[in-house]
Design a protein around this ligand. Structure first.
Ligand code: TPP
Ligand code: MG
Length: 786
């Protein structure tokens, strides 16, 4: 058994190796790997150096297999170096860092092959992800699952400038409301951002704030060398000077070196006997080593800080660091994207006792025996369970989701009815669904679901209105069994919560089927978080309602125009905009399956763009063909005849106008067709995939769904597309077979108003007459002649 001091020696040696490997990986990518296209490669040696000791302390000593980490994005090389030492990352991937199929610039759950728990990249999001991942772990435990797995700590390694991102504060608030536990945020307090040195005194504000929210705050400011020096005669004066030194000055002196520190100390403290002696007895090199021995670079101090935590309350560690520590540009305000030159690297290599040609060797240049280091790594608590990426069985989805039909409904109402039906049952599906909404639970029709399934909280809390017997439509009881997570109005939080719930199968080994509801226009408020959740392959369903300008009286501030295009362009998200509730039920059933489909390029999340507009519902049989058309993205609501001159392709709540128009067109033009487009996204994706397949594999004749649908149309047939959203959503339909298109939609901010049909004093026309023809096309002889 190694003694405590031997253990610290080994850990410090490994931290030096991590610093070397992370710097070398970046250096290799920029200076050694042939650059064939002239593109800048980049990488962040200074940001990585800043975290090398902290991350080594965590991974090599503190973390347990069940802990999960979000790594500061630009410290990705440190993460990959640690994985390399653990034997989970290949040299090939490191040599190919930032190259095709190489280790990723920012840790990625989906693109990296080593052990990334949470992707990062857009600063602030990974931090909040850990908080929500912890709430999800509580949710899973409270529901009686994950019985044989210990609780993990959710840990974020946070850049200090990252703390400027508002989403972190939004998350903090939500964490407090839900009694956050098991969450550690370790702030790499190097007092530098990308551009410069950060403002003085900001941290005190943060500290107070964290404590206000019930967090433990542990400040790791001084390393062991510093603490020993403070105990020497004159040490107090030195400490006072360090504490009073402005951030920019400290950074500049770290860059300039020991002689500059000496001059400043002498000038500013003056000749005071003991303290002068303390300074004088150290060489410039020793003085720099002392002054840069901040807590975050001292293994003993970091281990002590981490090991001091004996509770499950959230903890914020503020670890003082120097950006670029140990590298020639340490402390320089311009060092964010700084790269060591070939000469500088050469000098540093020699100083590390690393022989040329042996740069990638795991233990090259370390004083310790390789066998001892290897044994130490193998024995790290983190490695005691090799199963960190978990999976969970697929939850069965009934063949057909039912709902209580009504002749006139909106899709939003239908969404509530479908969920209500699921909630009434006792299926596995019902128990694994978890809903969340940012204070729009009631107004997005989740009320019935919540009434049946209750709100989630770790402790029971009864609805006071109910206990006081005050009549209320909604039952607002909280309990550990509840299945709805009520959030404050922060759409970023909603999507990061989806990101956490939607990864529960991989993180907790327990599958959840999360559903978020929000107003469609506010998707844009949480868009980066939505993108983040999709990027790391979390699986969830979003019901966005109301949408478009059909919510006319709400006015321009609540109308959404661009969201159909967002839905199309967002990778990992299948977007649908059904017009009718029977379509919605089919899509939701399909969606629960899609959310669980694993494998490369398989499955994903689902976006339902819904409406509050009440329209006539079709009375029709849901045939397998119709069902397939709905999930593939389109079907003929009225099949075009042989001599079709015009087609209307509509999406969503404008169905009544499209149906009415096709009736009017039919009076003068023959064989007009009405195409119900439930998903421009699926149609477009299918079309581009088919073209790619035909291009890549000559001879393959595969046609996409939309190509097949449009194939019978005569060449000179015109298509009018219409959607309550941006016209570009469907405008591309003309390119499929070269038909002329008139794309209708919304391009400008609206104002309050009424729908066109109400202005023209016409009720939204009945769809039932036409709907009966949906799956049985009218014979051309019975159709009116042009
Ligand atoms: C949302 C977002 N905005 C901007 C950036 C670009 N960016 C990357 S790192 C960084 C600042 C980093 O400062 P800090 O968090 O203190 O990390 P350090 O490099 O000092 O360790 C910025 C602005 C980003 N990655 N994400
Ligand atoms: Mg910083």
């Amino acid at each position: 058994m190694a003694t405590e001091s031997e253990r610290l020696e080994l850990l410090s040696a490994l931290a030096r190796k991590v610093l070397w490997l992370s710097s070398w990986t970046i250096h290799h990518a920029n200076h050694i790997r042939p650059n064939t296209d002239g593109l800048k490669v980049g990488g962040h040696q200074a940001s990585s150096a800043s975290l090398a000791t902290i991350m080594s302390a965590l991974y090599f000593s503190v973390l347990r297999p069940q802990d999960r980490v979000a790594v500061k994005p630009h410290a990705s090389p440190v993460f990959h170096a640690i994985q390399y030492l653990f034997g989970r990352q290949t040299r090939d991937k490191l040599e190919n860092f930032r190259g095709f199929k190489g280790a990723q610039s920012y840790p990625s759950r989906t693109k990296d092959t080593d052990d990334v728990d949470f992707s990062t990249g857009s600063v602030g999001l990974g931090v909040a992800q850990t908080l929500f991942a912890s709430l999800v772990q509580d949710y899973v435990k409270a529901h009686g699952w994950m019985k044989d797995r210990p609780e993990g700590r959710m840990i974020a390694l946070v850049g200090d400038a990252e703390m400027d991102e508002g989403n972190i504060f939004e998350a903090l608030l939500e964490g407090w409301k839900h009694g956050l536990r098991n969450t550690w945020w370790v702030v790499d307090y190097n007092r530098q951002s990308l551009d410069a040195v950060v403002r003085e005194g900001l941290w005190e504000k943060f500290e107070t704030m964290f404590r206000n929210f019930g967090w433990d705050v542990v400040i790791v400011k001084y390393g062991r060398l510093m603490r020993a020096a403070f105990a020497e005669p004159g040490g107090e004066a030195l400490k006072r000077w360090i504490d009073a030194c402005p951030n920019a000055m400290y950074a500049a002196l770290c860059f300039q070196g020991g002689a500059a520190f000496r001059k400043h100390l002498q000038d500013e403290i003056g000749d005071q006997g003991a303290v002068s002696q303390l300074i004088d007895k150290r060489s410039d090199e020793e003085l720099l080593a002392l002054m840069s021995n901040l807590g975050g670079h001292d293994m003993a101090s970091m281990i002590e800080a981490f090991e001091s935590i004996g509770h499950d309350r959230p903890v914020c560690f503020i670890a003082y660091t120097i950006k670029g520590i140990g590298l020639p540009f340490q402390g320089h305000k311009d060092n964010h994207a700084g790269l060591m030159t070939v000469t500088q690297m050469e000098k540093w290599r020699a100083a590390q006792n690393i022989r040329p040609g042996h740069e990638w060797e795991k233990f090259e240049g370390l004083a310790q025996e390789p066998a001892a280091l290897e044994a130490f790594l193998a024995d790290a608590p983190f490695n005691r369970d090799n199963q960190r990426r978990l999976s969970a069985p697929v939850i069965e989805v009934p063949e057909r989701l039912s709902f209580k039909p009504s002749p006139q409904m909106s899709t939003q109402q239908g969404f509530g009815l479908v969920l209500n039906e699921i909630a009434r049952g006792d299926t596995e599906l019902a128990s694994r669904i978890v809903t969340a909404s940012p204070d729009v639970t009631v107004s997005t029709n989740l009320g019935a679901w919540v009434n049946r399934r209750g709100l989630f909280a770790r402790a029971e809390k009864a609805d006071l209105f109910r206990s006081e017997k005050i009549p209320s439509t909604f039952n607002w009881d909280f309990s550990p069994r509840g299945q709805h997570i009520e959030l404050g109005i922060a759409e970023m939080n909603l999507f990061i919560l989806m990101s956490a719930l939607g990864l529960s199968h991989a993180i907790n080994g327990e599958r959840l089927l999360p559903i978020a509801t929000l107003y469609d226009p506010f998707i844009e408020r949480g868009l980066d978080a939505l993108n983040y959740a999709c990027y790391q392959d979390a699986r969830f369903m979003v019901a966005a309602t109301p949408s478009g300008i059909t919510l006319a009286p709400e006015g321009g501030a609540h109308q959404s125009i661009a969201t159909p295009l967002i839905g199309m362009a967002q990778d990992g998200l299948a977007s649908y905009e059904p017009a009718f509730v029977d379509e919605l039920a089919v899509i939701m059933g399909w969606g629960f399956g899609h959310m669980q489909r694993d494998g490369a390029g398989e499955g994903g999340s689902v976006y339902l763009r819904l409406s509050t507009r009440t329209i006539d519902q079709p009375q029709r049989m849901m045939t397998p063909d119709l069902q397939k058309g709905i999930t593939d993205g389109a079907y003929w609501l009225r099949r075009p005849g042989e001599n079709c001159e015009a087609v209307i392709a509509y999406t969503g709540a404008v169905a009544p106008e499209a149906i009415e128009a096709i009736g009017l067109i039919g009076e003068s033009r023959r064989d007009a067709g009405l195409l119900a487009v439930t998903s421009a996204d699926r149609l477009h994706a299918g079309w581009t995939a088919a073209r790619k397949l035909r291009r890549d594999r000559r001879g393959v004749q595969h046609l996409s769904h939309i190509e097949k649908l449009l194939a019978p149309l005569p060449r000179d047939c015109g298509i009018v597309t219409v959607i309550d959203g941006h016209p570009a959503t469907l405008g591309w339909l003309g390119s499929v077979r070269g038909h002329k298109v008139e794309a209708l939609g919304v391009e400008h901010f609206g104002q309050t108003g009424r729908s066109v049909s109400s202005i023209l004093a016409r009720p939204a026309r009945s769809t039932s007459s036409i709907a009966t023809t949906a799956s049985t096309p009218t014979p051309s002889s019975t159709r009116p002649k042009a």
